[in-house]
Design a protein around this ligand. Structure first.
Ligand SMILES: [Zn+2]
Length: 241
């Protein structure tokens, strides 16, 4: 069987509507990813401004609908602690949490309990400049659950570089490459944890896989390390072929 080349661990389905313009489209993502040999992608719905204003859940169903047309999609369920489902469709391979909806801490008991109940890997949006979404909270949550925990954006902002030393990350924490403000942050993560703990993600349409690839290029990885970051880490986390 032919091995999948690259996997993008973080993509949003849909576009960002702003002043009557739709920014990005899944069709555009599909054509970019094809050129870059990205053969599979972890897809969550797009979080629209109203989801953040009224604490509502982005449209998870659209991901399963799109899966019928594109079997490269690996569906990820966006959960919202104000609207928790009793169960989720078996096709979802992981769950995603965004602490900006309701400004809920990553290590909140509702998050820990839901992740424990689902037993699926967790993607959590992180931003080191916010009290409820910094990497310290990811490391606390990761100690309370037995699944892999992926820090989407790896803390994102400059202060991440300085604060990484303040935290003790258990082995089930992984760092995702989209939305990182400066290359030096990713370089430091690589120095501290190695390629085994880094996963390639684009955050399209906010980010672009070409930006993340350039970031990864700054690490000067060996072929084996590159395969870990671009495919093997995430396929192991999600237990997919
Ligand atoms: Zn995202």
């Amino acid at each position: 069987m032919k091995m999948v080349k690259f996997i993008d661990a973080h993509v949003h389905l849909g576009s960002i509507p702003y002043n009557k313009v739709e920014w990005g489209s899944f069709a555009e993502y599909q054509s970019i990813s094809k050129k870059l040999d990205i053969e599979r992608y972890c897809v969550v719905p797009i979080g629209l401004p109203e989801n953040f204003v009224d604490n509502s859940t982005p449209n998870n169903k659209m991901v399963l609908q799109e899966l019928k047309r594109d079997d490269s999609i690996i569906p990820i369920y966006w959960f919202n602690v104000f609207d928790l489902p009793k169960s989720i469709d078996k096709r979802y391979k992981a769950v995603k949490f965004h602490p900006d909806i309701g400004e809920v801490s990553i290590n909140d008991k509702r998050v820990v309990d839901f992740v424990g109940k689902m037993g699926l890997p967790l993607f959590a949006h992180t931003n080191e400049s916010k009290d409820y979404s910094n990497l310290g909270l990811i490391s606390e949550l990761a100690r309370k659950v037995s699944v892999p925990v992926i820090a989407v954006h790896s803390g994102s902002v400059t202060r991440t570089f300085f604060r990484l030393d303040n935290y003790r990350f258990p082995d089930n924490v992984y760092f995702e490459t989209s939305g990182i403000q400066y290359a030096i942050i990713l370089k430091k993560i690589y120095n501290m944890f190695g390629a085994e703990r880094i996963v390639f993600g684009s955050d399209y349409p906010f980010g672009d896989p070409r930006v993340s690839l350039a970031m990864i290029d700054t690490l000067n990885l060996s072929n084996k390390e590159h395969e870990l970051v671009m495919r093997n880490n995430i396929s192991g986390i999600l237990n997919i072929k």
